[in-house]
Ligand binder design. Structure first.
Ligand SMILES: C=C(O[C@H]1C=CC=C(C(=O)O)[C@@H]1O)C(=O)O
Length: 534
């Protein structure tokens, strides 16, 4: 790369001396001099700070170019969380409605059975390679897509699930622990034929867990009866059935996308003013030494027409944000840039994001924004809390755990994040679900120290986060899996005459945070969802 006196030339452009844009696939430890350059604004890019970081400069912290979200105005009332199932682990057929998330919804009565029955009916699983499929998503359920994509690779569920596991809260055991134990039993008993052994082949369950153990929303693991998947140029179909079920599988057909639909969202339980007041309260607690960081979120609510083909939203997110984890699990749909943890063949990776600034309106403003973020002590501190929390949580379950020394800048279409990649080797006998349990909630979505931050969130946020900011992803029978933190997302819940939408976005509050800037940051984070809904 041409390099001249601290100025880094990139494809004819000159970047601020603080930053260099590098290929997302490059190795963990990067130097500004030995990297490849991308300048495609729609693609994820890493921007690393060169070794000599000049002293911090005093720059306005407002994210530039951030329009208000339509209809945002003062409102208040706490959302009615409605009915949420509690009690047993259920084996449930598709209900024809988008369930969970905390709002009322029509749900078919469970035809299922206790956890023991699920566990003691072994699953029979066969994966086979198939010809390339042009659009995997077209095979998913339009009303209730179950999908996981990144950069064109991914898996979608087709047809009725074999089981949906929704454990109730139990004394002394989190629902995530119950699900991990159930999965271990199911996986151990399953008969799996998987000649491909790629990420997402074999016995796979999709999961979405609540942020808060006290949430009234469900934590769920769904085991599909059929999965179509892609990894690079390889495609596969997996069939999963309960042992003894000898019914011939039906044909797998794509379904045409339903008509275009649009929806709008406006203020939810937390108004913009209420959010800034909550940030002020958080700052007072930080000043009192109660905690050092807390992540405060707000919500937007709206509706979309009943019968909307939700695959359209998934497709829009996957096209607009190809480098994020695009997910649709149990009505929770979003595009998260933050990897909670991935495990493949015992290699563990995680990507920590904390510290954010909106993209600039033009190239100069963009460069200034990224330079500002890269040198902001407040954001670098906030980031370090998140990195340390991830390393501390992973250490007991991994060997040779390493993180890049300095954060890089992750460039997304709507914003920059400070990011750190972590890599290690999984200890024997552990699975992706163990790591999910150990990691959640990270300081990127809760704060530091964690219990105090969770208590502050419960007091300062006038709504139940449901699965927002919780783990979302998939796990296989060998303990492999890909899990993101459910950010930049919304919960879609069928009601009698429409589909209710609640979108969420938050920001990390540390000493020095400015309430108005944090509000603007949440606006930037709502953009992927709000734009895709419009
Ligand atoms: C809580 C959110 O973002 C987290 C992840 C990345 C950066 C963050 C930040 O800079 O505040 C947040 O910690 C959200 O998107 O709702």
């Amino acid at each position: 790369m041409p390099h001249d006196g601290g100025r880094v030339a990139v494809a004819g452009a000159v970047l601020h001396p603080l930053v260099a844009v590098v290929d997302p696939g490059a190795a963990l430890a990067l130097h500004a001099d030995d990297v490849e350059v991308h300048v495609d604004a729609r693609r994820e890019q890493r921007v690393v700070r060169p070794p000599h970081v000049p002293p911090e400069v005093d720059v306005d912290t407002h994210p530039p170019g951030v329009p208000a979200i339509d209809g945002e105005r003062e409102v208040g009332a706490r959302r009615d969380e409605g009915d949420v199932r509690r009690g047993r682990v259920e084996l449930r057929p598709r209900a024809g409605a988008v369930p969970a998330g905390g709002l009322p919804h029509p749900v078919a009565p469970p035809v299922g059975t206790e956890a023991g029955v699920v566990q003691h009916t072994p699953l029979v699983v066969e994966t086979r390679e198939i010809d390339p499929v042009e659009d995997l998503l077209s095979f998913a359920d339009p009303a209730r897509p179950l999908a996981w994509f990144r950069r064109g690779d991914g898996i979608v569920a087709v047809g009725e699930p074999v089981a949906e596991l929704r454990p109730s809260a139990e004394e002394g055991r989190t629902r995530a622990e119950t699900l991990a134990a159930l999965w271990q039993g199911l996986a151990a008993a399953a008969e799996v034929s998987d000649p491909l052994r790629l990420p997402g082949t074999g016995l796979v369950a999709f999961g979405a867990f609540t942020f808060d153990e006290d949430s009234r929303a469900d934590s769920v693991l769904t085991i599909p009866s059929r999965i179509l998947g892609r990894h690079g140029d390889r495609f596969w179909e997996t069939r999963i059935r309960r042992s003894g079920d000898e019914r011939a599988p039906g044909a797998v057909e794509p379904a045409e996308y339903g008509p275009h639909w649009a929806g709008t969202v406006g203020p939810g339980a937390q108004s913009p003013q209420g959010y800034q007041d909550a940030v002020r309260s958080a700052l007072a607690r930080i000043a009192d030494g109660e905690l050092s960081k807390v992540v405060l979120a707000r919500d937007l609510q709206g509706t979309i027409p009943a019968g909307s083909d939700l695959r359209r939203l998934v497709r829009a997110l996957a096209t607009g944000y190809p480098d994020t984890w695009v997910f649709a699990v149990d009505g929770l749909i979003g595009a998260s840039p933050e990897t909670l943890v991935t495990v493949q063949d015992r290699t563990v990776t995680a990507r920590v994001l904390a510290g954010t600034i909106g993209r600039g309106a033009d190239a100069d403003a963009d460069t200034a924004a990224s330079a500002h973020l890269a040198s902001s002590t407040k954001d670098l501190d906030e980031h370090q809390y998140a990195v340390q929390s991830v390393l501390a949580s992973l250490r007991p379950y991994t060997r040779a755990l390493a993180a890049s020394e300095q954060p890089f800048l992750l460039k997304l279409p709507n914003l920059f994040h400070l990011a750190t990649d972590v890599e290690g080797e999984l200890e024997n006998g552990r699975s992706a679900l163990d790591l999910v349990r150990a990691l959640h909630p990270t300081a990127a979505v809760a704060g530091t120290p964690t219990p105090t931050a969770i208590a502050a969130i419960r007091e300062l946020e006038p709504f139940d986060r449901g699965r927002y900011a919780g783990p979302v992803g998939w796990v296989d029978a060998d303990g492999n899996g890909e899990w993101a933190i459910a950010l930049r997302c919304a919960q879609f819940t069928s009601t009698d005459d429409a589909i209710a939408v609640t979108a969420y976005a938050g920001a990390g509050i540390v000493a020095g945070s400015d309430p108005e800037s944090e509000l603007l940051e949440t606006r930037v984070k709502f953009r992927p969802l709000v734009d895709a809904l419009a």
